[in-house]
Write a protein that binds this ligand. Structure first.
Ligand code: CA
Length: 510
């Protein structure tokens, strides 16, 4: 194939009128000497997604993107130059004790009515979007046995229960060799408890335990019901263990198979938002489109979780004013403080985020990444804060405090009751979850073209002017409803791509 000699129109995106930098849109970047229609001439080659200065910058002059300071010039930078990461001095994060609380609460957006999906009504009033048998474990020791049993169940029993989608082993690394009574152990423990009772599992809790572990299996089933537990040390040999697990699973499959989809209002949905492999386009294409869809979900009465403390921290001064009241504002600050301490204890280097891939994609530092990341939260008030691993019990936009790590965030959002996740990516990741669909949204056309069969929604068209933020936001909203109803599948579901659950355990391992 030969590349066609076409004269490309040089294109940059300036997000806010106050910005003194813009990012280059053209896929191969633009060479030195390129002249833009506005007269700006490039002093350097600038790669796609990287920043160009729109004015001369003096030493220490603020560099402004999204209308906010993302850093300070390390040296004089001439108009039209490539603003490399090394030229941007990192600003200090906002002081948590001086943040304004609930002083700029957005007016509620007009409700949108009549949107429904086909879900499974649970006896506790919640709804599921999948009909899955989840088999929880109390300790990693049993994982091999459970995997063996699940394989057998899928081969021999599941085909007899066509209304059940899957059997999923909830394996994890917790349960023993841990300081189970340490104050912070509540986080991994409640995460496992809440995943065991996830709405996609229809209340059919079942636990496989070993017998001598620190995390007693009884803590993972409602009312400590021993009928729901298979304890391996009580069985005579491997074959019996597998038989016990299969029998107990079949009893539950019979009940689950009776479940039928019924019309549920969109207000029953809990949608998680996340990003991974971000680039400089994340904040101008995919994340704003997700923000628009988040607003639509909130307007339809749903619950929307946004997360990733380390990617929110440097833009938290833009969030605390949006808290619905001072109490929620204080809860947000509490989670930030807890995380600051946690990172300090581990002597974490703030410049370690963004990742090398983020930097290659044009993100200079965590401030720029944060400003692009919080756009996902849309424009509605922040109604509540969910501590890590707790169940979300409110409607509207909630901040679920999780690390930014894709798998840890995904696991904690599942514990909070997330039915499906919307995941924006610029660099590309094939990430998926066994318990809940993950909708992948690309920030650039090139990624969608490269990963045709992994990306569900392409927001790259926004950068080239082929679609608006609203267009892609509505497309995503309808896709969410179709996936929730089982009418459409995400690519990760189609290929069966599942990452491991990854618990957040800030307590000691012994
Ligand atoms: Ca992430």
């Amino acid at each position: 194939m030969t590349l066609k000699e076409t004269k490309e129109i040089p294109l940059y995106i300036k997000v806010n009128p106050q910005d003194n930098v813009a990012i280059i849109v053209n896929p191969r970047g633009l060479p030195k000497g390129t002249v833009f229609p506005c007269g700006l001439t490039l002093e350097d080659y600038v790669p796609q997604g990287h920043k160009v200065t729109l004015t001369d910058l003096a030493l220490n002059q603020p560099i402004i993107r999204y209308g906010e300071v993302i850093g300070y010039a390390q040296e004089q930078i001439k108009k039209g130059s490539w603003v490399k990461e090394s030229l941007v001095k990192l600003p200090t994060p906002p002081e948590l004790d001086e943040l304004p609380l609930a002083n700029n609460v957005p007016d509620p957006l007009p409700p949108i009515e009549g949107y429904t999906f086909l879900g499974y009504r649970n006896s506790n009033g919640s709804a599921g979007i999948k009909n899955i048998l989840g088999i929880t474990t109390s300790v990693q020791c049993v994982a091999g046995v459970l995997d063996y049993a699940v394989n057998q169940i899928k081969k021999e029993i599941l085909p007899n229960y066509p209304n059940v989608h899957d059997v999923v082993a909830i394996n994890h690394t917790y349960g023993c060799g841990v300081a189970i009574n340490a104050p912070e152990a509540v986080i991994p423990i409640r995460t496992i408890q809440n995943i065991a009772t996830h709405p996609n599992f229809g209340g059919e809790v079942m636990v496989v335990g070993l017998g001598c572990e620190k995390l007693a299996p009884g803590r993972l089933v409602p009312d400590g019901d021993q009928e729901r537990i298979v304890s391996l040390q009580d069985q005579h040999g491997f074959i019996n263990m597998i038989g016990m697990i299969m029998n107990m699973a079949e009893e539950r499959l019979k009940t689950l198979n009776e479940r039928q989809r019924e019309i549920c209002p969109v207000s029953d949905l809990v949608v998680g938002l996340q990003c991974g492999g971000s680039d400089a386009f994340s904040g101008v294409t995919a994340n704003p489109a997700v923000g628009f869809a988040a607003d639509l979900l909130v307007r339809a009465g749903a619950t929307v979780l946004f997360s990733e403390v380390t990617e929110v921290r440097d833009a938290v001064h833009l969030l605390t004013p949006r808290a619905i009241n001072e109490e929620v504002g204080r809860a947000l600050i509490h989670e930030m403080k807890w995380y600051d301490d946690y990172l300090q204890r581990g002597e974490a280097d703030r410049s370690a985020n963004p990742s090398p891939g983020n930097k290659k994609g044009g993100l200079s530092n965590v401030v720029e990444k944060s400003l692009g990341s919080i756009v996902k939260s849309g424009t509605t008030p922040i109604n509540g804060v969910v501590p890590p691993g707790e169940k979300a019990n409110q409607k509207g936009l909630l901040f679920a405090a999780t690390p930014a790590s894709d798998f840890v965030c995904g696991t904690l959002q599942l514990a909070s009751g997330m039915h499906l996740q919307v995941f924006t990516t610029g660099r590309g990741t094939p990430y998926g979850l066994a318990m809940a669909p993950v909708i992948k949204v690309s920030t650039r056309n090139a990624l969608k073209e490269q990963w045709q069969d992994l990306i569900d929604v392409n927001a790259g068209q926004i950068a080239t002017g082929d679609a608006t933020i609203e267009d892609v936001g509505w497309e995503l909203f309808h896709f969410i409803i179709d996936v929730a109803s089982g009418h459409k599948q995400t690519w990760a579901e189609h290929w069966g791509l599942h990452n491991d659950l990854a618990l957040f355990n800030p307590a000691p391992v012994t």
